[in-house]
Design a protein around this ligand. Structure first.
Ligand SMILES: Nc1ncnc2c1ncn2[C@@H]1O[C@H](COP(=O)(O)OP(=O)(O)OP(=O)(O)O)[C@@H](O)[C@H]1O
Ligand SMILES: [Mg+2]
Length: 338
């Protein structure tokens, strides 16, 4: 029995840890970690020390009905392994993955040393070196994988990626803005037709821990062999949106945007940088609009006037795409200055 008052470690985790040889026969204790909408995630104290165990849920804990296949947990483990090869320490270390039970066990990163980037940004802490480190690590993962096309076979997740990224973000938004549907559908097609590298698929500040040796990417359940433009656009989108969360920190967020984009683009060796940048600059307004009108709106934009600001800028850029990220940033900067 766990100590009185502590919740019991779920049976699936106990069984998975035992079968993976990561726990002895004794009672395991631990605590659920907060934040996950798509998985059960726990810190579990094993005789060798704490580990983090994650089990994908078939239905996400979000308002819209949103299902996702549980085998995504296997792709998450694989993504972490490739990322750590590309840039050591940029993902938790995979200690084991139990396919039958859908459980991933990884190193536990204690909150004393690792802070969620989202919390830092909320407090207006958007220093360019951190953003640069995020862009650099992400670029290295893309470059490393792009040079190893055999990896594509390990991430044949087109169906999952469509169901949990392209459809709920871009196509759901197209249904709310029928006049933009051709442009948004075109973005889906462009994203699907540039399968050149390993994509994380959820590079959001809530999935990035900032630790003593730089950023650590979590939550790679959307891993996909596809267009790296998606990751860069997805992440930059959050830096634009954060301006509405903490208005006084706008200049810092926009400087972080430039730093992250530049660092990533520096790493682009698999295709002309300008070609990738053009796809990111085209996709970003679609994702921007998706975070107010798609299936997964950000929780911190609550004023209708702010949603309208996003719509104004996104709609203009979707109608008249630009090919440089600085132009996307400037369009948003000008809107915020109005
Ligand atoms: N290896 C780890 N060490 C310590 N804490 C972790 C680790 N992995 C995840 N966490 C914590 O658990 C939270 C949820 O993790 P994760 O994002 O992987 O789950 P999720 O259910 O897929 O989340 P969501 O769908 O909400 O993004 C993270 O924000 C982080 O605070
Ligand atoms: Mg997460």
């Amino acid at each position: 029995m766990p100590p009185a008052g502590d919740p019991a470690v779920p049976d699936e985790f106990v069984q998975a840890l035992r079968e993976l040889g990561l726990a002895g026969a004794g009672v395991l204790t631990g605590a659920p970690l907060t934040g996950g909408v798509s998985s059960d995630i726990w810190r579990i104290d094993t005789p060798q020390g704490p580990v983090c165990a994650k089990r994908a849920l078939p239905k996400l804990r979000v308002a819209a009905d949103w299902h996702a296949p549980v085998e995504r947990n296997l792709y998450e483990a694989r993504w972490m392994q490739v990322a750590n090869e590309a840039s050591p320490g940029c993902a938790p270390r995979v200690l084991g993955q139990h396919q039958g039970l859908g459980v991933l066990v990884m190193s536990y990163l204690a909150s004393a040393d690792y802070r969620l980037w989202k919390q830092l940004l909320r407090d207006g802490q958007a220093d360019p070196p951190t953003a640069q480190a995020v862009g650099h690590a992400l670029g290295r993962i893309h470059a490393h994988s792009a040079a190893r096309p055999a990896l594509a076979a390990e991430f044949a997740t087109d169906g999952i990626f469509f169901d949990i990224r392209l459809e709920p973000y871009l196509l759901a938004t197209a249904r709310r803005h029928p006049d933009l549907a051709p442009a948004l559908e075109q973005l889906v097609e462009a994203t699907q037709s540039h399968a050149v590298a390993l994509v994380h698929g959820d590079v959001s500040p809530k999935n990035i821990l900032i630790g003593p040796r730089g950023p650590v990417f979590l939550d790679a359940e959307c891993a996909w062999w596809g267009d790296p433009a998606f990751d860069l656009a997805f992440c930059l989108n959050h830096l634009l949106l954060k301006c509405l969360w903490n208005r006084p920190a706008t200049a810092a967020f926009l400087a972080a945007f430039d730093a992250l984009a530049d660092a990533h683009l520096q790493a682009v060796a698999w295709e002309p940088r300008g070609a990738l940048e053009r796809r990111v600059a085209a996709l970003l307004p679609g994702l921007f609009l998706a975070r107010v009108d798609g299936k997964s709106p950000v929780e911190y934009i609550t004023a209708e006037a702010d949603r309208e600001r996003v719509r104004r800028v996104a709609r203009a850029l979707l109608q008249h795409p630009v090919d440089r990220l600085a132009l996307v940033r400037t369009a948003w900067q000008e809107e915020l200055a109005r």
